[in-house]
Design a protein around this ligand. Structure first.
Ligand SMILES: [Ca+2]
Length: 371
C-alpha cells in the first residue's frame, strides 16, 4: 500500500516534465549496451570498459562492445513490491584499482541487510571475496565514494514510509547515515564520537533520509551528498564530520500524506542541524540519483556544475552552485540512475527504465557534445 502510493506520486510527477526547460540539442547520445533489468550503478575501468550492477542481483562487465556476467558474487536479495529495492547497488573501484584490481560492491544480502563486499576482479570473475561491512538493516539505496586510498564513505538510506522513521536520529541505528570506513572495512580512529556513544563508530554523519548521490571533491577535500526528500525537499549537502543533517526533525518537503514532517522552523533547524547548501521546493521534485561534479569534461559549458539523475522527471539535471541554477538537460531520457565521466572527457549515463512497458530496457548511453 505504501509502495503504490509512492508509485502514484512518481507517475504524477512525470507528467509535469513539460513545466521545465532544457534541451538535448547539444548532445549526441549513443547506446553502448541495453537489455538490463533495473541497472543501478556504473564504474568506469577505462574508456570502453565498465562494470554495471543490477537491482535484480547481477553484475556485468562491458568491454569493447561485449557484455559478460561477472561470476562469483555474494548472494543478494531484491525486495519486490510494485517497485524493486535492494539487490546490487553501488559499484566502486579502489583508487589504486589499476594496480590492486580491488572492487567494492554495496548490496542487500540474503537477510535483506546492507553489506559491502570487496573483491579482486580477474577478467570476469570475483576472487578473494571478503564481506567488509555488514549491518542489521535494509537500505533503500547506497553509494560509495573514496576520500583517499585508505578511506571510503558509504551512504545508508531509509525512507519510503508515509510517516518518517526516527532511525536516522538514532546513532545506534545504521539507517539514514553516512559511514566512513577504512579500505578493509574497519573503523577509522579519527571518526567522530557522536552523542550517546563512547568512542568513534563507523558513522560520519547522521539525520539523512535517502542519500543516493555521493561525490568527494579531491581538489577541495569536500564531500557532497544529495538526498531524496519525501514530497519535495530534495537536498544537496556539504557533509561535515559528525554533523546532524536534520531528518526527520526538519524538512523542506512534506510527508507522503501531505502533512507536515515536523513543526520545527528553518531558524530552529539551523541551530541544531546542518542545513543543505541547496534544496528544491516541493514544486520541483527531482528524486536525485547519483552525483558528480564535472571537471575537464568535453562539455565545457557544464564544467564546474554538478550532474545528477532526476528519477521523477526522467532526466539529467545540471546544478551550478556558483549561481544557484538548476537546468534540466536530456528531458525524457529515462530514469537516470548513474552518471560517470570517461577518461576522454565524454560522459556515460545508466538508465533504469523501470516502468511496465520498458521492462528490460535498462541501458548504458554515451554522451558526446555536438560540434
Ligand atoms: Ca537535511
Amino acid at each position: 500500500m505504501v509502495s503504490s502510493l509512492i508509485v502514484t506520486l512518481f507517475f504524477s510527477c512525470d507528467q509535469s516534465t513539460t513545466q521545465t526547460s532544457g534541451s538535448d540539442d547539444s548532445v549526441d547520445q549513443e547506446i553502448l549496451a541495453d537489455g538490463f533489468e533495473i541497472p543501478w550503478a556504473i564504474a568506469v575501468i577505462d574508456e570502453d570498459d565498465f562494470l554495471i550492477t543490477e537491482r535484480m542481483g547481477a553484475l556485468y562487465r562491458y568491454r569493447k562492445g561485449e557484455l559478460k556476467k561477472v561470476k562469483g558474487l555474494p548472494n543478494s536479495k531484491t525486495y519486490k513490491t510494485d517497485r524493486h529495492y535492494g539487490g546490487m547497488m553501488d559499484i566502486s573501484l579502489h583508487p589504486k584499482f589499476e594496480f590492486n584490481r580491488l572492487v567494492y560492491l554495496a548490496y542487500v544480502d540474503k537477510y535483506y541487510h546492507l553489506s559491502v563486499a570487496r573483491f579482486k576482479l580477474k577478467e570476469n570473475t570475483v576472487e578473494d571475496l571478503d564481506i567488509i561491512f555488514s549491518s542489521n538493516q535494509f537500505s533503500i539505496g547506497s553509494r560509495i565514494a573514496w576520500q583517499d586510498d585508505n578511506h571510503f564513505f558509504l551512504t545508508f538510506g531509509t525512507g519510503g514510509a508515509p510517516k518518517p522513521d526516527p532511525g536516522p536520529q538514532d546513532v545506534n541505528d545504521p539507517r539514514g547515515k553516512i559511514f566512513r570506513l577504512m579500505a578493509d572495512g574497519s573503523i577509522p580512529a579519527d571518526n567522530p564520537v557522536l552523542p550517546g556513544i563512547d568512542g568513534p563508530s563507523g558513522i560520519w554523519t547522521y539525520g539523512h533520509r535517502d542519500p543516493q548521490g555521493l561525490y568527494y571533491d579531491i581538489d577541495d577535500s569536500i564531500l557532497y551528498a544529495n538526498e531524496h526528500g519525501p514530497l519535495g525537499g530534495d537536498e544537496l549537502n556539504v557533509i561535515t564530520k559528525g554533523g546532524n543533517y536534520g531528518w526527520p526533525l526538519f524538512s523542506y518537503g512534506l510527508n507522503y500524506d501531505v502533512t507536515k514532517v515536523s513543526e520545527m522552523t528553518e531558524e530552529e533547524a539551523a541551530k541544531h542541524t546542518i542545513l543543505p547548501i541547496k534544496y528544491w521546493e516541493p514544486s520541483f521534485r527531482l528524486a536525485p540519483s547519483s552525483l558528480i561534479k564535472l571537471k575537464n569534461s568535453n562539455f565545457e559549458q557544464w564544467n564546474g556544475s554538478f550532474l545528477m539523475g532526476g528519477l521523477a522527471y526522467q532526466c539529467l539535471v545540471r546544478y551550478n552552485s556558483d549561481v544557484d541554477e538548476t537546468e534540466i538537460v536530456l528531458p525524457e531520457a529515462g530514469r537516470i540512475r548513474d552518471v560517470a565521466q570517461l577518461p576522454s572527457g565524454n560522459l556515460v549515463i545508466l538508465i533504469d527504465q523501470h516502468t511496465p512497458t520498458w521492462w528490460h530496457k535498462g541501458r548504458v548511453v554515451k554522451l558526446v557534445p555536438k560540434n
